[in-house]
Every structure is written in structure tokens, then in C-alpha cells.
Write a protein that binds this ligand. Structure first.
Ligand code: PAF
Length: 282
């Protein structure tokens, strides 16, 4: 496995593979890798000849009061994990390498689906993601790109601009990887105190209980209210508990497949999770 830190170096490493028409798979990450990321790499390994993983903590997707400075940076550990799952090339550029020294005057802003859920709490966040992911797509030029469904809204935003801008690659969404107790894996779980880590699986329990309630006929607004109460009772400060269609449109009642979304804080740590609930007409 090679590590490249410059765009030129990465091109030099990838050009022979491109010339040989190898299938290139790409997993963009911000590092501090866990099993969720490694599962993205394993999926890429199944479909592709060459697997590239980027590790870049992207400053422009963090708000002024978010955790950019403290975001865990664990490159050596990440490199070891990636070598074990068969990654071919790690791309770990500096901020200077990605953004240069001249001002950036171009933005990529997806409307509608970003003015909701995490977009309300994190203004500018999805623009920052769209810009960096587009830059990375142009740098790596993969055939397939892999993203986790834990960041469901991010995945929808990426699918949208890839379609809108005719970016020539296929986006693959990979199911959420969970700890044994149900907590969705996230680099931010590392911020949790032991006490909060013990409380955190309540998010998934609440989502599963809501699924059961919907399937047994409870009305959607009541189910969402019950989720909020359960989470507040378990010590969370709830940012939002919402239901949307799989395409992220508002939904008032459970009459098609829907996705339940939770964003909630335990102490200073904001956790997100979601669960798709299938509708079958009875
Ligand atoms: O999901 C992430 O880790 C980041 O948002 C991404 C897609 C790597 C862009 O910085």
C-alpha cells in the first residue's frame, strides 16, 4: 500500500492503472477510521481493481464552533488498518495541497434537500462537503465512490450533485455499521465519556421501537413525539427527530417507505443515526 500526499503523486500512482483500464474505487474519509470505514473499503475491494482511500479533515465543512481543530487525526493507525483490508493507495493531502493559497471563488450548493435536518443546524456544511468531494472526485477520477448510509443526507446530497453535474462515476451507499449494542459507529463516538457511551445505544433502541410502533399502526406524529420523549428521558438533548421519504421529502403519515432521523447531543457530542422503515400495504 502506498501513501500519496500530493495531487501529482497520486496521478503518477494512478495513471498506469487508468491506462490499463482498471476499475478504480474511491472511499473518501476524514480519517480516524473505524469498522464502518473499513466496511466501505471492503465493499470497494469487491467491486474494484484499485482502491483509493482519502484521509482529509476538510476545514470548509466545519462551522466556526465545531470540532475542526480537535477532530482526531490518527494517520499511522489509519494506514495500518487500511493495509489490512487491502487498500492500494492512501491519499492524505494537506489543506494547502487541497485548497492552495489563492482564494476559492467557486461554491457547490445543492438546494432543497440541504435546507433541512442537519443542514438547519450546520449552515454551509453541505456546501463544504460538496466542494471537497467534487475536488476529490476530479483528483481521483474513480469509477465508483463509496459512502456510508449513516450520513444519509450527505449521501443524498452527493448523489444529487453527481447527477446534476454529470460527474462520470457511480455512487454506492453502504449500510450502517453498528457496535454490538446498536450504536452506529462514528469517529465522534470517541468523544463520549464512559457514562455517555453507555447511554448512547438508546438512539438505536428508540429507532427500532419507533419502527415497531409504525408497523403496528401507530400514527407517525405520535411515534415521533414518543421518540423525542424517550431520548430526552435517556439524557439526550434532541436536535431533531424527523421522518422523511427515502428521497428526503416531508411525509405526514406512514404510507410509503420512510426514513426516521435522529440528531441528539450527549454532553458536547452530537450523534446522528437513521433507520429506513419499509411500508407494505395491508
Ligand atoms: O463523511 C465524511 O467523512 C466527510 O464528510 C467526507 C465525505 C469525507 C467529505 O469530507
Amino acid at each position: 500500500m502506498k501513501t500519496e500526499t500530493t495531487i501529482q503523486g497520486l496521478a503518477a500512482s494512478l495513471n498506469p492503472a487508468r491506462a490499463a483500464r482498471k476499475i478504480i474505487g474511491f472511499v473518501p474519509t476524514m480519517g480516524n477510521l473505524h469498522e464502518g470505514h473499513l466496511n466501505l473499503v471492503r465493499e470497494a475491494r469487491k467491486l474494484c481493481d484499485i482502491v483509493v482511500v482519502s484521509i482529509f479533515v476538510n476545514p470548509i465543512q466545519f462551522g466556526p464552533n465545531e470540532d475542526f481543530d480537535n477532530y482526531p487525526r490518527t494517520l499511522e493507525q489509519d494506514q495500518r488498518l487500511l493495509a489490512d483490508v487491502g487498500c492500494d493507495i492512501v491519499f492524505a493531502p494537506t489543506v494547502e495541497q487541497m485548497y492552495g493559497s489563492k482564494p476559492r471563488l467557486t461554491n457547490i450548493s445543492v438546494s432543497d434537500i440541504t435546507n433541512d435536518l442537519c443542514g438547519l443546524q450546520r449552515p454551509g456544511h453541505f456546501d463544504g462537503v460538496a466542494v471537497v468531494v467534487t475536488k476529490l472526485f476530479n483528483i481521483v477520477q474513480p469509477n465508483y465512490a463509496f459512502f456510508g448510509q449513516k450520513d444519509y443526507q450527505q449521501l443524498a446530497v452527493i448523489r444529487q450533485f453527481v447527477r446534476d453535474l454529470n460527474i462520470p462515476l457511480e455512487v454506492i451507499g453502504v449500510p450502517i455499521t453498528r457496535a454490538e449494542d446498536g450504536l452506529a459507529l462514528s469517529s465522534r463516538n470517541g468523544y463520549l465519556s464512559a457514562e455517555n457511551r453507555a447511554a448512547a445505544p438508546a438512539i438505536y433502541k428508540t429507532l427500532k421501537a419507533a419502527e415497531q410502533a409504525l408497523l403496528s399502526g401507530d400514527a407517525l406524529p405520535k411515534v415521533l413525539e414518543d421518540m423525542k420523549s424517550a431520548l430526552t428521558g435517556a439524557g439526550f438533548v434532541v436536535d431533531y427527530v424527523e421522518a422523511r421519504t427515502t428521497e428526503l421529502q416531508k411525509i405526514e403519515q406512514f404510507n410509503e417507505d420512510l426514513v426516521l432521523f435522529v440528531a441528539a447531543k450527549l454532553g458536547a457530542t452530537r450523534l446522528i443515526d437513521n433507520l429506513q422503515v419499509k411500508y407494505t400495504a395491508s
